[in-house]
Design a protein. Structure first.
Length: 58
């Protein structure tokens, strides 16, 4: 398998995290809606955002 890692901008990650954290959608809904392949990606973004702040989403 030769899959390329999906690259997402900081603003996109922040938007997705904000949507999930506000309760507007679940992680799974956001993953499907925005075409995020990784099942753990949003969770990782959330954890990094909570622990290190905005700049961690680069």
């Amino acid at each position: 398998m030769n899959q390329k890692k999906q690259q997402c901008s900081e603003s996109f990650k922040r938007h997705v995290v904000d949507q999930v954290n506000s309760g507007a959608m679940s992680k799974e809904e956001a993953r499907r809606r925005y075409g995020i392949k990784s099942k753990s990606g949003i969770l990782t973004w959330q954890r990094n955002y909570e622990k290190y702040g905005r700049c961690s989403l680069n």
